[in-house]
Design a protein. Structure first.
Length: 367
């Protein structure tokens, strides 16, 4: 029987854990440090690729994604070395998508041409707001003018450019978001990621919220209205939602994220990276140590992973369902039944239908 992961594809995720500053809303595995030994990190990533490839022979690699943190702070030499190594270890798709997340600062934008030369063919920029006051509230280091300038550099360097915006910000009205979204759509090439601000425990915003010091957040009703407005405007402008928070012109969807949502296999390397890898018919959940120093020490010792978890068929069915229902296309019932070893209709009577979409939770999908 065809292994289930083949329905989704095979991807590589590389996590760069460092940022210039920690944003107050961010709960990702990101760290601020005074200096980075880029040569040591490059060598560690290349060793990890060799280890991962030894477990996944005879695969065709569909996508590579550099996430973080702020991967645009990586040396272009490191990005190019990882891409070259991956190409040497796996066969690659003729349409291999290689995405790098970037902040729209002048330092990062100055490296775009080098990243393109190293093999990156798609960039995803964390612009987050087109309003200087809100950028400051969100802890961003760039201005709207710098973001626009970086975007212009990116669209000349790459054929495919996406950027992120956060809505549901403090004191934001429907009319303000409508104007900002239309401005973003006038800039966008082919893809937008539009996330509703979520207050996460353990973040600076989470601490402020717990003390009653984060005011002006939208009510649930306003959040739902913002979500509905986002879908309506993007659909009218030719960039419909293909996932809860992601919009694209037809054919320009993020192939890498689709591998997650279609429940393919993906190798995750770097601090805190997660993976789903099928080996000898068993699907494993993998997770690497989050702390960068511990990850480097463990990698040098030969194993930067926490103990793996073997996923039962029922586990896989539930993950497939939860990921797939994020997509406008939905899921294959036949594939779900094959994973769950049950008939879909046996669950049909337990489903409730609401008459109003709920505001989406979370800002973006990462492994």
């Amino acid at each position: 029987m065809t292994e289930d992961w083949r329905h989704g594809g095979f991807a590589l995720y590389v996590h760069w854990p460092f940022c210039a500053a920690k944003c107050p809303y961010c709960d990702f595995n990101s760290h601020v440090t005074a200096s980075v030994d880029h040569a040591a990190w490059r060598a560690a990533y290349l060793r990890e690729l060799e280890r991962a490839a030894a477990e996944t022979p005879d695969r065709v690699l569909d996508t590579i994604f550099f996430g973080g943190g702020t991967p645009s702070l990586m040396e272009p030499e490191t990005v190019a070395a990882i891409i070259d190594k991956a190409r040497s270890l796996w066969r690659t798709s003729n349409s291999l998508e290689i995405t790098l997340e970037a902040n729209p600062g002048s330092v990062e934008a100055g490296r775009f041409a080098d990243f393109r030369q190293g093999g990156v063919n798609r960039v995803s920029m964390g612009i987050q707001a087109l309003n200087d006051a809100d950028l400051k509230r969100l802890g961003r280091l760039h201005s709207v003018a710098e973001a626009r300038q970086a975007f212009d550099v990116a669209r000349h360097a790459f054929d495919r450019v996406s950027f992120d915006l956060i809505y549901g910000r403090q004191d934001q009205t429907l009319d303000q978001w409508k104007a900002e979204l239309n401005e973003a759509l006038s800039m966008a090439i082919d893809h937008l990621s539009l996330y509703q601000l979520t207050i996460e425990n353990g973040t600076a915003f989470g601490d402020r919220y717990a003390r009653g010091r984060l005011r002006g957040l939208p009510s649930e009703d306003l959040g739902a209205d913002l979500f509905t407005l986002t879908r309506e405007i993007c659909g009218e402008r030719g960039m419909p939602a293909y996932e809860v928070s992601n919009h694209a012109r037809p054919g320009s969807e993020s192939r890498h994220n689709l591998i997650y949502w279609r429940y393919g296999d993906y190798v995750g390397i770097g601090p805190g990276a997660h993976g789903r890898v099928t080996i000898d018919g068993v699907k494993w959940g993998t997770e690497q140590f989050s702390n960068p120093r511990r990850w480097m020490d463990a990698e040098a010792a030969g194993n930067p992973e926490k103990p793996r978890v073997a996923l039962s068929r029922q586990d896989q069915a539930e993950e497939f369902l939860l990921m797939g229902l994020r997509l406008s296309d939905g899921i294959s019932l036949e594939r779900y039944e094959a994973l769950a070893s049950t008939n879909w209709m046996s669950y049909a009577g337990n489903w409730a239908v609401t008459d109003r979409p709920q505001a989406p939770q979370g800002r973006r999908s990462i492994p």
